[in-house]
Design a protein around this ligand. Sequence first.
Ligand SMILES: C[S@@+](CC[C@H](N)C(=O)[O-])C[C@H]1O[C@@H](n2cnc3c(N)ncnc32)[C@H](O)[C@@H]1O
Length: 253
Amino acid sequence: MQAYQESFARIYNLRWGEWAKSIAPYLEKFLASFSNVSEQPTLLDLCCGTGQLALHFLQRGFRVIGVDLSESMLQYARENCKEYLEAGLAQFIHADATDFTLEEPVQFAVSTYDALNHLANLEALKKCLKCVHRALMDEGVFIFDLNTRLGLRRWATLRIEDEPNLTLMQSGLLDEAGRKAWVRIWGFLRAEDGRYDRFEETVFNTAFHLTEVSNALKETGWHRWHFSRLGDLNTPLEDPEQEGRVFVVAFID
Ligand SMILES: C[S@@+](CC[C@H](N)C(=O)[O-])C[C@H]1O[C@@H](n2cnc3c(N)ncnc32)[C@H](O)[C@@H]1O
């Protein structure tokens, strides 16, 4: 389990929330293509982090339920989506992706930025897939992205950024045999009063084999899914292990 800590949530909100924002239009376009989309569709944003993706969908008329294990990340999500939270259109729940239940089923679910690689092993992934399956309505769709083993090779590096307001260091490691990659991210972020706050987080990703992911989907009740690229979510990839990151599109029939 990897709930991001407070010091890291602050820098995540400033820096990495942008990625979710940039991919949200592709997910929205794909989900909107379903002819059964209701006037106010509901979306589960699993491992929602600081809520930038949730905000995109809320601004486009969706109701959103965000779930995350980190109370610190959820606080930013609640702040970023305040207007919609107050209007009763958003909800942010503190829960584990491998053990949650929603009160009402949703039409769509997403989980982005390799959030499901944060699960410790295949058993945890299966539990999560079961929870999402149970949370979706008939004809529901779940999209999640995964770093592949190829993509995780890029983690084994050292990066240093030094800007006036931020010093950021990332040191990564990949254990291919053990199927785990780690990255330690630490540095200093300038606060409003001019002092520098230190942040630090060690994140791991589990390097799932995509055949195992397929088997996990099958075992947990999914009947139809494919691996794709963000830019073309309709088209199944012939050899998804050759990608650094894949988007899994799974359907409830
Ligand atoms: C890389 S961030 C992705 C956040 C967001 N989806 C985005 O696209 O920016 C991973 C998130 O997963 C959350 N997380 C990790 N393990 C979790 C678990 N078992 N259940 C729920 N959330 C989890 C972390 O707290 C963090 O917010």
